[in-house]
Design a protein around this ligand. Structure first.
Ligand SMILES: Nc1ncnc2c1ncn2[C@@H]1O[C@H](COP(=O)(O)OP(=O)(O)O)[C@@H](O)[C@H]1O
Ligand SMILES: NC(=O)OP(=O)(O)O
Length: 311
């Protein structure tokens, strides 16, 4: 049986704007097809922070201009972001497969709902940055006029934050399982469309789920061998950005937990990745999580670089 890899794509795999995304996915698709050539059944997940913010702003502006057009719920904006990002990725991966003469692998995007707990305290404490970066002045204006909550994001500027509850269940899991191994599946985009039970109906929740958390859950549920989080750094570091910074190559779940408890990983960026990696790695012996640079995915899976986390 072929090995199975779940690849979670970070912001640098997609860019921040429509033109940037169109260019970025070309490079990203090369990385993905490299893993197909390395012999893996590949499942792709991705973030949506910049995209869901852009869509939500556009829809809000539309309803401000036309009061007959009610505002679009954030859950619907997540659904729109899955389709838009899936479209660009499908197109670029298909092209890359054909360029390498791989003609028997179909690519599809699964619109994915993810159930969250409506009592999750995260609904009362928005933490997930979405949309574009703002100056402090712009952020204050948005808070006053659009009822946004904004925070300063790791020295990079101000961003709107929304609730980010934990994923409980991937609603389309069975459908995804039926496709894995037969197709290259893109799913759980933007952490999934957040939904809560309403009888047999699933109602959208106003939130954006962390894609690394949902990807970890997916990787465990589909019995992946490897979970790769692709981001903008080649390895995870302790004392990150300090003179005594030290890159981590191979660490156990226990060591990763210890570093996290010491506060080595920034909340909102590296901490959710390490937590998601731990959760996957500890779910079964033999499962490895890797955090590395987008461009180094193949070397990462071959054990040549990246930070590897295992039991
Ligand atoms: N301890 C750490 N080791 C490595 N990178 C870290 C660490 N703490 C924070 N970071 C930052 O986290 C970033 C990755 O988080 P983020 O930009 O949110 O990811 P993505 O958009 O790729 O999902 C890295 O590019 C790096 O700047
Ligand atoms: N949904 C999500 O985690 O998106 P980002 O990775 O872009 O923050």
């Amino acid at each position: 049986m072929k090995k199975r890899a779940v690849i979670a794509l970070g912001g640098n795999a997609l860019g921040n704007t429509l033109p940037e995304q169109m260019i970025a996915v070309k490079g990203t698709s090369k990385v993905i097809v490299d893993l197909v050539e390395a012999g893996y059944d590949v499942v792709v997940t991705h973030g949506n922070g910049p995209q869901v913010g852009m869509i939500n702003n556009a829809m809000a502006a539309l309803s401000r201009e036309n009061p007959k057009q009610p505002n679009t719920p954030l859950s619907v904006c997540v659904a729109m972001s899955q389709a838009y990002i899936g479209y660009d990725l499908q197109n670029a991966i298909r092209e890359e497969l054909l360029n390498r003469n791989i003609k028997d692998l179909a690519v599809s995007t699964m619109v994915t709902q993810v159930r969250v707990d409506e009592e999750d305290p995260a609904f009362q404490h928005p933490t997930k940055p979405i949309g574009h970066f703002m100056t402090e002045e712009e952020a204050k204006y948005a808070e006053e006029h659009y009822d946004y909550k904004c925070v300063e994001d790791s020295g990079r500027g101000w961003r709107r934050v929304v609730a980010s509850p934990a994923p409980v269940e991937i609603v389309e899991l069975e459908a995804i399982k039926q496709l894995v191994g037969k197709q290259l599946v893109i799913c759980c985009g933007g952490g999934g469309i957040p939904v809560v039970h309403n009888g047999n109906h699933l109602s959208g929740a106003s939130a954006v789920i962390d894609k690394d958390w949902t990807s970890s859950l997916l990787a465990a549920e589909i019995d992946a061998d490897v979970f790769i989080i692709l981001t903008a750094v080649e390895k995870v570091a302790v004392n990150f950005g300090k003179p005594d910074q030290q890159w981590l190559d191979d660490i156990t779940v226990e060591e990763a937990r210890q570093y996290a408890a010491e506060g080595q990983f920034a909340a909102g960026s590296m901490l959710p990745k390490v937590d998601a990696a731990i959760k996957f790695a500890e779910s079964k012996k033999g499962r490895t999580a890797i955090i590395t640079l987008l461009e180094k995915a193949r070397e990462g899976i071959e054990g040549k670089t990246g930070t590897r986390i295992h039991l």
